[in-house]
Every structure is written in structure tokens, then in C-alpha cells.
Design a protein around this ligand. Sequence first.
Ligand code: ATP
Length: 235
Amino acid sequence: MLTIENLSVSYKGIRALRGASLQVKKGEIFALIGPNGAGKSTLLNAASGIVPIAQGRIQLEGEVISGRAAHLIARSGLIQVPEGRRVIGPLTVAENLQLGRQASGVRGSDASDLDQVHSLFPILAERRNQLAGLLSGGQQQMLAIGRALMGRPRVLLLDEPSLGLAPVIIREVFDALIRLNKEGLTILLVEQNARLALETAANAAVIEQGRIVHQGEASALANDPVVADHYFGRA
Ligand code: ATP
């Protein structure tokens, strides 16, 4: 579904990604885990066209999307929920959702998509006229996911959705992701919370210093003593 091949990215000479390859299958949750600064956000941002790539190729269902402008990549169905949510604080919940719709270029009535978002996160229906900046962190994360869903993603990219949230809220957000996935959505999930990510995903990769160092079934990675040693207990 989403194939990333030999991807390299540099920031002013600093190599953040060094030939990273991974493949996300249609209908799965794929987790990318790794320490701070390993290149996880860079990989998502490169896939979304937000940062330029130095080398490599990205394909969405066989179509090469690398090299396209970010808004065109979003329109082709690769939609990112950024780290730190980035909701527009002075706009209402409803307006933020509408922005997600407009950014993706999806035409036609948004009623059924809005219903889907409201059924997934009823709090967003209750707060539809409230300013997004007044929501809690968890509610803002739900809004950021809802905004992405309004663009009808073919693949949803999520950057650290658990960051800064209380465990009960993290569970709520992850249950929503699992529900979306059961309904058929393909998800690429970047997380520092390795245990949670590997419990949620079918397949996963570990990135360190810009290189993919392990890749396989999430359950196998969770049972790998080297991975467990490095990544469990920190999250
Ligand atoms: P984190 O969990 O801290 O976000 P990450 O795995 O997502 O970590 P990246 O944010 O992709 O890592 O960063 C990879 C490397 O690139 C790091 O060394 C980081 O300092 C560097 N980097 C990231 N963004 C920039 C930038 N805009 N300019 C220069 N260097 C950057």
C-alpha cells in the first residue's frame, strides 16, 4: 500500500535518514519505533512531502508520490496527524474539521464523514462550537485525528499520538485507532511508547540514527530480547 524505498533526508548536511525502507500493507497498522532523534518524524514528514528527500522513492498503491508537493500528496490520500496535534486554537472544533476537509481537496457533502468522526469521538460533537484552543490535550489529539479523517485518508500517518496524554486518554485514542483500522483504514504509527505501539500494530520497524535496524511482525519484535531491553520500560 505504502512503500518507502532507500529514503535519505539531510538537514543542512546532517543526515537524519540513511536509506530507510519499509512497507505498510493495505489494512494494517504498522508501527515505527525508536529513540528520540532517530528520524521517525523525518520519515513521516518526508512521506508527506513536508521535508525534501535527498534520495529514495515513495509509492502509494504503486503510484510514485515522492517529489510531489505536500498538498498534492495529501490529496492523493496520505494524510498526517502531526506531532503536537497542531489544531488551530482560535477556530472552533467544527472549523478545524472543515479545514481538514478543504486541505485534502475532497469534494461533495461532508455529512457522512462528520458523522463518522462524531461517532468515533462524541466529545467533538458536544464541543463543536467551542474553540479548539480550549480543549484538553486528549481532546485536541482526537480533533487532530478527526481533521485528518475529514480528508478521507487512504493511509493515515500518526506522529506520537500518545505524547503528553494520561494513560486513560491514551487508551481511548488507541481504541479509536483500532476501530478505524477494523473498518479498513491503513495506519502508519510513529511512537516512542514502544510497548503500546507493538501491542497495537501487526508489523513494525525499529529505527536508530536514521537506519531501520529491525523489521518484522510486531509480536515478534515485542518478544525480541534486544528490542525489549532497549525500548521497554522507558515509555
Ligand atoms: P523525536 O521523537 O524527538 O521527534 P524523531 O525520531 O522523530 O525524534 P526526528 O525529529 O526525525 O527524530 O529527527 C532526526 C534527526 O534530525 C535529529 O538528529 C534531529 O535533531 C534532526 N532534525 C530534525 N528536524 C530538523 C530540522 N528542521 N533541522 C535540522 N535538524 C533537524
